[in-house]
Design a binder for this molecule. Structure first.
Ligand SMILES: [Zn+2]
Length: 236
């Protein structure tokens, strides 16, 4: 079985049938980049990256009746936008004002751009938050906020008070354990896999590309195909 996706894009998902069980092999390649006004030394960035990897692996390596998930989350810390590839998931540390006052972070559904606030960084580093990074990654896999789309959540077998895709403020409001609410259902894993197979994922890189002839940002996949000479801008 070939586990390397030839186009280099992630998410990369393959499924394998083994002993009557479906195994979902998932790989996500991501970078961590500080785009905030707070300075973090490299030691802090590395320990943040380790906590983020733990968080994603804990949430996504689930198993149940007839299935299991084998999640490989690769996360590299970069100090320059030039080191970000168009296919990378980009976890950006941002100032609170960049996401709205009551959010820990946000992400484009089906996209490659994930924002996490400096206060989220603090809560992840101190183990007071074991879900926001994995939650935002769920959005890039096409999952919506479970509490805002309850009909769909029901179809995916979601328990709103314990599920990863419920918003933290909702879990708090209903008295759930918002530090650790990080369940994923097989329905949700299947939904990510379907989005992947339909070609919906890995869109909207925050690393903009412009051609030297026009000022128009092109979609990254178009430019990759055209081999235009390009430069990169990472907007705040
Ligand atoms: Zn969300």
């Amino acid at each position: 079985m070939n586990r390397i996706d030839p186009n280099g894009m992630d998410w990369q998902i393959t499924t394998e049938e083994k002993d009557g069980k479906t195994i979902y092999h998932i790989t996500v390649n991501a970078v961590l980049y500080n785009n905030s006004s707070t300075n973090y030394d490299s030691k802090t960035m590395n320990s943040l990256a380790d906590k983020m990897k733990d968080q994603v692996n804990n949430a996504f390596n689930v198993s149940g009746d007839g299935y299991s998930v084998d999640m490989k989350f690769n996360l590299k810390t970069v100090t320059s936008a030039d080191d970000i590839k168009l296919t990378d998931h980009v976890f950006q540390i941002v100032d609170q004002g960049s996401v709205g006052s009551d959010l820990n972070g946000n992400a484009d559904v089906n996209g490659l751009n994930i924002k996490m606030t400096t206060s989220t960084v603090n809560s992840v580093l101190t183990n007071k938050n074991n879900r926001t990074i994995a939650h935002e990654l769920g959005h890039t896999g096409g999952l919506l906020d479970a509490n805002l789309y309850q009909e769909q959540s029901k179809n995916l077998g979601v328990d709103l008070s314990t599920n990863l895709m419920s918003q933290s403020k909702y879990v708090q409001r209903v008295g759930g354990d918002f530090v650790n609410a990080n369940d994923l259902t097989r329905g949700q894993i299947n939904a990510i896999n379907s989005s992947y197979l339909n070609g919906n994922l890995n869109t909207k890189s925050p690393v903009y590309i412009k051609s030297e002839y026009t000022n128009t940002p092109y979609p990254a996949n178009v430019l990759l195909n055209l081999h235009l000479r390009t430069y990169k801008v990472l907007p705040k």
